[in-house]
Every structure is written in structure tokens, then in C-alpha cells.
Write a protein of this length. Structure first.
Length: 262
């Protein structure tokens, strides 16, 4: 699995207080990011008065190891970029193969201050996908079951076996997932059975978890859980009349059967 690291290194150029430690942080946005879409690395320092220079180093392995430095993906390894405040941004895009990556900021120590390093930040560059949801019925009776299907499009390579996670994303009613709330893709789709649990509207969400090549995505589908038909209820005062009617009907059927037998 190809992994890629970016190191943003701040080199302080102005004088700061003796023995001051400059501590960097780093955010990567968006994360994950589709191929050929801009991604921004923003580093921050704990000093607002120091002019800094930013050095970008790209890696191709976990843990930001030096033996895996890369000089590709549209940024120059060890290139210096100057910013006048306590923050710095750098944007680029990735057009090579999909993979997981990481980034790290490092402040190089100087004569009157000590440097520090931020943790590696993991991010993924891959192929954007779309997930859609369709249920066999838009109206589901309370206690009845139906099937809902998630379909993933736009992916590259084989995604059979990748996982879809299901959840309820809103509504006044609810459903139960009869066989669990996950399913494995067969081709590009998979289905789960659901049962109406509470009357009302239901929005189901299917989330594709992605893989090393394809980015996660999610989609929603709506259905309505309705009450089961009510059995007519008769007042107790009518029960004797109903009973007599049933007995009379049974007697008539019996006499008719006797006549036919003769």
C-alpha cells in the first residue's frame, strides 16, 4: 500500500525569547480528498511575533521516515515558503495513484529557541464515490419486512466485499435491521432486510466505508411505516346478538346439509 507523507517545516528567521520552544500544529483539509482536487495543509505556531519559513517534504511511507521521501505530487521537497504570521498554508493536488498519506510539521531549532514537531496527520487521496439507497417499498406496514439496497458508483477497481454500514438518519418512526446493520458489496450493491418498528417517517443512511483506492461516501433513502389495519371492535351489548346470529347461521347450514343428504 503506497503511503505518502508531507512534512511542513518552519524555520524561524527573527529573534525570539531565549530558550523559547516553538511548537507546531497541523491540519489537513479536506480529508479525505479526491484525486486532482486541491488539498490544504495549514500549520500553526505558538508564537505570533516570529516570521517563519515553511519547508514541504513529501514522504511515501508511514511514520514520516526519511528513507521514504518523495519529490512528486506537485510540491517541491524542501522548498521554502515564507509567511509573516504565526500560521502558514500550502495547497496542492494529487494526480497519481490513490493511497493513504500523512503530513507532519517540524520546527528546526535555532540559536535562541528550540524546535518541536507535530504528530503525523493521516489523510487519504483516492477516487470519489457516490452511494445511493433504494427500498423495495416506500410504505412499510408496522411489523412487516422489506429490503433496502445500497449501490456504489464511480469506484475504481473491484469493490466486491467492501462494507456498507446502515443507520437511521432521522424521521418520526423507526425500523429494525433484521440481520445486522452491515452488508458486504456483491459487485457494486448489497441489501439488508428491515422491519417496521414504530409508525412514522424513516430516513435510512447507507455509508460506504471505502478502501485504499476509493473514498467513503453515503446516501439516504426514505420510507414510511404505517399502522396495521384495525380489527373492528363491537360493543359488549351487541355480543349476544352477534352470537345468536352465528348460531342461527350454523343451524341453517346444518339443515341444508341434512336435506342434501336425503
Amino acid at each position: 500500500m503506497l503511503l505518502f507523507f508531507v512534512t511542513i517545516t518552519y524555520v524561524a528567521t527573527s529573534e525570539v525569547a531565549f530558550a523559547m520552544t516553538i511548537t507546531p500544529t497541523l491540519t489537513v483539509s479536506p480529508n479525505p480528498v479526491p484525486l486532482d482536487q486541491m488539498i490544504t495543509f495549514q500549520g500553526s505556531l505558538n508564537s505570533t511575533s516570529t516570521v517563519v519559513s515553511v519547508r514541504i517534504t513529501i514522504y511515501g511511507a508511514l511514520s514520516c521516515v526519511n528513507t521514504a521521501r518523495k519529490r512528486t505530487f506537485g510540491v517541491t521537497a524542501y522548498g521554502v515558503y515564507s509567511f509573516p504570521l504565526s500560521w502558514a498554508t500550502f495547497s496542492t493536488y494529487f494526480s497519481s495513484s490513490p493511497a493513504f498519506y500523512s503530513a507532519k510539521t517540524t520546527v528546526m531549532p535555532g540559536p535562541r529557541y528550540s524546535g518541536g514537531a507535530s504528530p503525523c496527520v493521516n489523510f487519504q487521496v483516492g477516487v470519489a464515490t457516490t452511494t445511493t439507497v433504494a427500498c423495495d417499498t416506500l410504505t412499510l406496514m408496522l411489523g412487516a419486512s422489506s429490503s433496502c439496497t445500497a449501490t456504489v458508483s464511480g469506484a475504481t477497481g473491484t469493490i466486491a466485499g467492501d462494507v456498507i454500514s446502515w443507520s437511521q438518519d432521522g424521521g418520526t418512526g423507526s425500523v429494525s435491521f433484521l440481520s445486522g446493520n452491515t452488508c458486504a458489496l456483491s459487485g457494486t450493491s448489497c441489501s439488508v432486510p428491515v422491519t417496521g418498528s414504530n409508525v412514522g417517517s424513516v430516513t435510512l443512511q447507507a455509508s460506504y466505508l471505502g478502501d485504499p483506492n476509493n473514498l467513503p461516501s453515503s446516501g439516504t433513502g426514505d420510507l414510511t411505516v404505517t399502522a396495521a389495519p384495525r380489527i373492528p371492535e363491537y360493543p359488549l351489548s351487541l355480543l349476544p346478538i352477534i352470537t345468536l346470529g352465528i348460531l342461527a347461521y350454523a343451524a341453517i347450514k346444518r339443515r341444508s346439509a341434512i336435506r342434501k343428504a336425503r
